[in-house]
Write a new protein. Structure first.
Length: 324
């Protein structure tokens, strides 16, 4: 389910106040893959939410009169279109909240089937770990300019700009083609106290000015027959958007900067075509780079479809480019 386009200020306010209440309660939830989420819900079929984690983590329906959520939270979310009631009088949240370290991120409800869904899951945790590893010992003489393209919830940018790396007051830009994602990213930044942040609506680097010290991306990397924004990467197996980010991103990378790309690659007969194409391009550039598999097998259920009929597996990969 996707939050419908409406008054962004009302939406952002309700998400922010709900998130602040969750932070005050010590809420924590690690978001799992869609396949795992579906299995867990199948074990709890017919159940209603008994806790806040049930509502905003597992997305179970709740009885308003049961007091699982404060009435003030329920009312503000309902007014913003973030709650809906079914024919049986049960209420359903149209958003979930996930935690990653000290951060709290709103994201779309389960299942994420809408075109403008804002996705958060195991890919996000792996992406964050890659960023922290690559930037933990990097120093800049001045506050770095950080750009997170295809930002979604803003997790990559917030992790890169957090206290876990050795610099102060980074200039953070979050860019996405999905306006709903920017609403969610705005709230993520507010909840983290990371302001000011520039939000850029558009296709990849279209509205980006100047050079960046760090460019981050966790783009859609599947071939989604429905063409949904948050899943479809284009090309034969979803690799097109990742290759665009690599080629166009180097044009915006400052000397001494790093481009950190977390994506997926379809492996066919043991061959990683994305790696081969990236290597062919990077060998023509004056850069240093590394490429590694971060998880050898993700989204295995995609292999059931005709698009991936000849594919061995889909791997999560990390590509890091360092500009001298």
């Amino acid at each position: 389910m996707t939050v419908a386009a409406q008054d962004s200020s009302l939406l952002r306010s309700a998400l922010l106040h709900t998130g602040q209440w969750l932070q005050a309660t010590g809420y924590e939830f690690v978001t799992v893959t869609p396949a795992t989420h579906e299995i867990v819900l199948s074990h709890r079929a017919g159940q209603v939410a008994r806790s806040v984690r049930d509502v905003f983590g597992w997305n179970l329906p709740f009885q308003r009169e049961a007091g699982v959520l404060p009435e003030a939270v329920v009312q503000e979310m309902a007014d913003a279109g973030l709650l809906t009631a079914d024919e049986e009088g049960l209420w359903h949240s149209r958003v979930r909240f996930a935690t990653l370290g000290q951060f709290l991120f709103p994201h779309s409800s389960f299942p994420t089937v809408g075109n403008q869904s804002v996705f958060f899951g195991p890919d996000t945790y792996r992406f964050a770990a890659l960023i922290q590893r690559e930037l933990k010992s990097v120093l800049w003489r001045a506050p770095p300019r950080i750009l997170d393209v295809c930002c979604g919830t803003g997790a990559g940018g917030l992790v890169a700009g957090s206290g876990g790396v050795l610099w102060d007051a980074p200039q953070l830009t979050l860019a996405d083609i999905n306006p709903v994602a920017l609403d969610f990213a705005h709230v993520s930044c507010e909840l983290a106290g990371a302001t000011p942040v520039t939000l850029q609506l558009g296709d990849l680097f279209g509205g980006v000015q100047g050079e960046m010290d760090v460019i981050l991306a966790n783009p859609p990397y599947l071939n989604d027959l429905a063409g949904r924004l948050y899943r479809h990467g284009g090309g034969r197996w979803g690799e097109q958007l990742s290759l665009r980010i690599l080629r166009e991103g180097l044009q915006h990378l400052a000397p001494g900067g790093r481009l950190i790309l977390y994506t997926g690659s379809a492996i066919q007969n043991g061959v990683d075509a994305l790696k081969d194409e990236a290597r062919d391009f990077l060998q023509t550039q004056e850069v240093r780079w590394s490429y590694e598999e971060l998880d050898p097998d993700v989204f295995g259920e995609e292999l059931l479809g005709s698009v991936y009929a000849d594919v061995d597996r889909i791997a999560a990969v990390g590509l890091v480019v360092r500009k001298p």
